[in-house]
Design a protein around this ligand. Structure first.
Ligand SMILES: Cc1cc2nc3c(=O)[nH]c(=O)nc-3n(C[C@H](O)[C@H](O)[C@H](O)COP(=O)(O)OP(=O)(O)OC[C@H]3O[C@@H](n4cnc5c(N)ncnc54)[C@H](O)[C@@H]3O)c2cc1C
Length: 437
């Protein structure tokens, strides 16, 4: 009999693994890998199931690493912290507080595990800052032959650029060492602004601000900009008061989206008008708080997402093209389009590998029909690919190994590392068969 059904957050993937295991030590992970190999089963660790793609689907043995969580070691002099792989990002502020440390940059949410987030190249925004993987200076994984392999800047260093964004294909991560920074404060300014000006200023503002991003409400000329400026940890704080924050996030943002999304399915013609209202109601606030409280928002409305990383200079025109596409096709899109940026980095399968990057992300409410979602994502993907885009590994896309061989200069080197660490393809699944071949 197989294990109970597992479903991902966005309800795009499900599987009944052969069995589920919850190892509580690196040695227990090794035993699990060795046992799976003996039985001819595949094995995969999953994180919080927040990938939209099938990257975390474990058909054989599914490893849950909730018991491998917390701080493993701290080197206070170098601000480096080793975390057990199953640690959730939301645990970090408390875990790092005694050392006065923080993550350099974060994405929109903090539900993911540290191993799951880095494995797909999870990122936030900031023209001079990289995604989570760029903060990783070491890691330990259990390879296909059941051995523990430590990879750092000095030990097996040639594997680090592959393993930081490993897609779960190189082994089971048991810990990750992060280069942290002294805890800092962020000053947040959120404003509704005219879209044409925001697009014209996007490159300059991405390069000139610490963390710049914007949301564009389709069918409107409105963008909600968010500009976060880094301040010292002891800078005076002016947090949103909890009631105001709850109202903005839950009632105005999530509640409004929920209403909007429901409306989109019932009365799509209303969407442009309601989007205009949403653009005016959300944002236009200013506050200062500890960095995780500013980076992270609460997303309680379930959706599906496609996100592409473009050469940054291509972002404004790609977004204009997206705007024209939506109007031409007469679609009614209730979710705002999110635009972010990241610095060029040297992790082989990082979406920002070797180029200054801008991200465009599109979303659909999960209850809208599959056919509507598919049509939208398919057409948007064409624009993104034509603009030289690379898809987020954890978000919906249809690309395959042949595409990636052209998109990533070190793709062949990544495959060679995979051959070395997992020759028997113990960590494979259908998604990896498609994207890695
Ligand atoms: C609401 C929402 C908001 C999001 N916001 C952002 C965002 O702001 N920025 C962004 O870039 N992405 C974002 N994402 C995408 C998300 O960050 C990634 O998909 C991330 O990989 C999910 O982490 P997870 O812990 O859920 O991992 P899972 O989705 O469970 O797994 C992802 C991959 O990691 C592998 N993995 C997990 N643990 C291990 C391990 N111990 N060893 C080896 N491999 C392992 C899995 O096998 C799989 O290949 C968002 C997703 C959602 C649903």
């Amino acid at each position: 009999m197989r294990a109970p059904e597992w479903r991902n957050w966005s309800r795009t993937e499900s599987v009944h693994p052969v069995r589920i295991e919850t190892p509580d030590s690196p040695e227990a992970v090794q035993r699990a890998v060795q046992a799976a190999a003996r039985q001819g089963l595949t094995i995969k660790a999953i994180g919080a199931g927040h990938s939209f793609t099938g990257i975390a689907v474990a058909e054989g043995v599914q490893l849950l690493l909730d018991r491998l969580s917390g701080v493993v070691a701290v080197d206070e002099a170098s601000a480096r912290v080793t975390l057990a792989a199953g640690t959730r990002l939301w645990q970090l502020p408390k875990l790092l507080a005694p050392y006065g440390l923080a993550l350099q940059n974060m994405g929109d949410i903090d539900r993911q595990t540290i191993a799951g987030a880095t494995s797909t190249g999870t990122h936030g925004t900031g023209g001079s800052f990289g995604g989570l993987a760029t903060q990783i200076v070491g890691l330990t994984l259990v390879t296909g032959d059941g051995h523990l392999l430590r990879i750092t800047e000095t030990e097996n260093a040639e594997l680090l650029p592959a393993a930081r964004v490993g897609l779960g294909a190189l082994g089971i991560l048991v810990d990750v060492t992060i280069q942290c920074v002294p805890a800092f404060t962020l000053h947040a300014v959120e404003r509704p602004e005219p879209l044409p000006e925001v697009l014209d200023g996007y490159l300059e503002r991405s390069a000139g601000s610490d963390h710049f991003e914007f949301y564009w409400f389709p069918h409107t000329r409105l963008a909600l900009t968010k500009t976060n400026t880094r301040l010292p940890g002891d800078a005076p704080r002016r947090p949103l008061n909890p009631v105001g924050r709850w109202f903005d996030d839950e009632v105005t943002a999530n509640g409004l989206y929920r209403g909007l999304c429901a409306l989109a399915t019932l009365a799509p013609a209303m969407i442009p008008r309601v989007n205009r209202l949403a653009g005016r109601l959300t944002g236009d606030r200013e506050f200062t708080d500890a960095s995780p409280k500013v980076f992270v928002t609460n997303r309680s409305v379930r959706f599906r997402e496609l996100e592409y990383a473009l050469p940054r200079a291509a972002v404004p025109e790609a977004l204009r093209e997206l705007d024209r596409l939506i109007e031409r096709r007469g679609w009614r899109i209730s979710f705002p389009v999110e635009v972010r940026s990241a610095a060029s980095d040297d992790t082989w399968l990082s979406t920002a590998y070797g180029r200054e990057t801008g991200y465009i992300a599109v979303h659909r409410y999960y209850r809208e029909t599959r056919a509507d979602q598919l049509e939208y994502f398919t057409e948007v993907e064409k624009i993104m690919v034509a603009a030289g885009g690379r898809p987020h590994w954890g978000k919906l896309h249809t690309r395959d190994a042949e595409f990636f061989a052209g998109a990533y200069p070190r793709f062949g080197d990544f495959l060679a590392v995979r051959d070395r660490l997992d020759p028997g393809r113990l960590f494979r699944n259908p998604y990896l068969d498609r994207v890695l071949g």
